[in-house]
Design a protein around this ligand. Structure first.
Ligand code: 2BA
Length: 129
């Protein structure tokens, strides 16, 4: 047995999330029009978040992605806030009219939003001072 194996157990390289720590990260893609309302409501509820500028892969339009660090018991609160503040809208995309002799594209409606939400577990949460 080596000296190292005999010595006292080494501390973990980082502290596991305690009962008050951030346990989940919620990623929510929302429309730009809803960003102010959603941000204010999250702030009022005391939920910490980061806002990233993003672009939808399908429509290519700018949207916003919120990263919301969640402590135990905050997940439903966050979903409720996004439900109240983000709404569905109809956007239109131009598609060429198949078989038509005219050049006029067909305007096709696409439903967008309210919010596309992913919730992932957090393996490590640390605030470096
Ligand atoms: P976009 O990718 O620009 O998509 C805008 C809307 O177009 C979608 O609304 C959906 O109704 C439609 N759409 C998207 N892909 C389509 C396809 N392949 N065929 C037909 N229609 C399609 P939402 O589902 O409400 O999504 C709003 C935005 O949320 C998306 O903007 C994207 O930025 C994000 N998003 C949605 N689903 C996602 C996913 N599985 N992974 C990552 N981001 C996602």
């Amino acid at each position: 047995m080596t000296h190292q194996e005999n010595s006292a157990p080494q501390p973990e390289p980082h502290q596991p999330a305690d009962s008050q720590g951030v346990r989940l990260i919620m990623t929510a893609v929302i429309q730009l029009q809803d960003l102010d309302k959603a941000s204010h409501a999250l702030e009022e509820a005391g939920l910490a978040f980061t806002h990233l500028s993003s672009t939808g892969g399908f429509l290519g339009r700018r949207n916003a992605t919120l990263l919301i660090g969640l402590r135990p018991g905050q997940e439903e609160q966050a979903v409720t806030i996004l439900r109240k503040t983000c709404r569905r809208r109809v956007e239109y995309i131009s598609m060429p009219l198949e078989g038509s002799p005219y050049q006029m594209p067909l305007s096709t409606p696409v439903n967008v939003g309210g919010a596309t939400i992913f919730v992932l577990p957090v393996e490590r949460y640390e605030e470096i001072q």
